[in-house]
Design a protein around this ligand. Structure first.
Ligand SMILES: Nc1nc(=O)c2c([nH]1)NC[C@@H]1CN(c3ccc(C(=O)N[C@@H](CCC(=O)O)C(=O)O)cc3)C=[N+]21
Length: 286
C-alpha cells in the first residue's frame, strides 16, 4: 500500500522556532548596538535529574544561538528552601540578569510555589509568577507561559481563525492547560477544558476545531476521537526506552487533521524559542 503524503498537514515546530529565533537574534544585536546591553538568562536547576538537565541544556544552546548570555546555577539536591530563595534574591538584584528560569519539578522537600513567588515578576521568563498569571487572566499578556504562547504563535503563523471556534484543551495543569485556556478565551474562542475527571472525553474532542493536548498520557488521542479538519497541538511528552511519544497517535490522527504538531519537533522547540523572546523582552523593559 502506498504511503500517503501528509507533509503539508504537519506543523514544523523546528522551522517555526528557527524563524522566531532569527527575529530574537536581530533584536539582541540591536539592543547590544544601541544600548550596550546583552540580555542574560539565569537557569536554576536543583539536583541531577537527567531529563531536567537535558531541558536546561537545550535552553542554554538556544541562548548561544541567539546571543543571549546564559548562566547555569546547578544547585545540589540537598539545597534548602532558604538557600534557594537566597539564590533567587541574588539574581533578582543583578542588572545583568534579565530572565530567571527555575527548572521544574523541584525536589519534594522544596516549595516551588514559594520559590516562584520570590522571582521578580519582571524577570519571570517562564511566566509562572502569580502576578503574570493574573495579568494573563485579565487579558494582559506580557510574560506568559512559553508552551501555550508557542501554540498561539503557530496558530497565527498558519492563519488559523480562533474567534468563535470550539477550542478543546485536554489537561488542566498550571503550565499548559490553564494558561492555554486563558489565551484562547482572550482570542474569543469557545473553550472547553477537559482533564482526568472528565467523563466521555471523546464527546468533547470529537467536537474540537482546535485541540490542544497536554496530559503526558501516551497516545491518549486516537483517530476516532477527532473531527475531520481539526487543528491539533500535541504538548505531551512520554519517554519510553529512549523514544519520545506524544499524547496524540500522530500516524493515524494525521489523516483527519488539517494541521497537526509532531512529537518531537513540534511544540517543544517553539517553547524554547518563546523563552528566548521573553528574555529579550525583559531586557528591553529593564
Ligand atoms: N521552569 C520550567 N520551564 C520549562 O519550560 C520547563 C520546565 N520547567 N520543566 C520541564 C519542561 C519540559 N520542557 C521542554 C522544552 C523543550 C523540549 C524540546 O524542545 N524537545 C524536543 C526534543 C528534544 C529531544 O528529545 O532531544 C522536541 O520536542 O523536538 C522539551 C521539553 C520545558 N519545560
Amino acid at each position: 500500500m502506498a504511503q500517503e503524503n501528509y507533509d503539508s498537514r504537519r506543523i514544523d515546530g523546528k522551522s517555526l522556532a528557527g524563524k522566531i529565533e532569527a527575529q530574537v537574534r536581530q533584536g539582541v544585536e540591536k539592543l547590544k548596538g544601541e544600548k550596550n546591553v546583552t540580555p542574560g538568562l539565569a537557569t536554576i536547576l536543583v539536583g541531577e535529574d537527567p531529563a531536567s538537565r537535558m531541558y536546561v541544556r537545550l535552553k542554554h544552546k538556544a541562548c548561544e544561538r541567539v546571543g543571549i548570555h546564559a548562566e547555569d546555577r546547578n544547585l545540589p539536591e540537598s539545597t534548602t528552601q532558604e538557600e534557594l530563595l537566597g539564590v533567587i534574591r541574588e539574581l533578582n538584584s543583578r542588572n545583568d540578569v534579565h530572565g530567571i528560569l527555575l527548572q521544574l519539578p523541584l525536589p519534594k522537600h522544596l516549595d516551588s510555589k514559594a520559590a516562584m513567588l520570590a522571582i521578580d515578576p519582571a524577570k519571570d521568563a517562564d511566566g509562572f509568577h502569580p502576578y503574570n498569571m493574573g495579568k494573563l487572566l485579565i487579558g494582559e499578556e506580557g510574560l506568559v507561559p512559553c508552551t501555550p504562547k508557542g501554540v498561539i504563535r503557530a496558530l497565527e503563523e498558519y492563519n488559523v481563525e480562533v474567534q468563535g471556534k470550539h477550542a478543546v484543551v485536554v489537561g488542566h495543569s498550571n503550565v499548559v492547560g490553564k494558561p492555554m485556556a486563558a489565551m484562547l478565551i482572550n482570542r474569543n474562542a469557545t473553550v472547553s477544558v477537559c482533564h482526568v475527571f472528565t467523563d466521555d472525553l471523546k464527546k468533547y474532542t470529537l467536537d474540537a476545531d482546535i485541540l490542544v493536548v497536554g496530559t503526558g498520557v501516551k497516545h491518549l488521542i486516537r483517530e476516532d476521537m477527532v473531527k475531520e479538519g481539526a487543528v491539533i497541538f500535541d504538548v505531551g511528552i512520554t519517554e519510553e526506552n529512549g523514544k519520545v511519544y506524544g499524547d496524540v497517535d500522530f500516524d493515524n490522527v494525521v489523516r483527519k487533521a488539517s494541521l497537526i504538531t509532531p512529537v518531537p519537533g513540534g511544540v517543544g522547540p517553539m517553547t524554547i524559542a518563546i523563552l528566548m523572546e521573553h528574555v529579550l523582552t525583559a531586557a528591553k523593559n529593564a
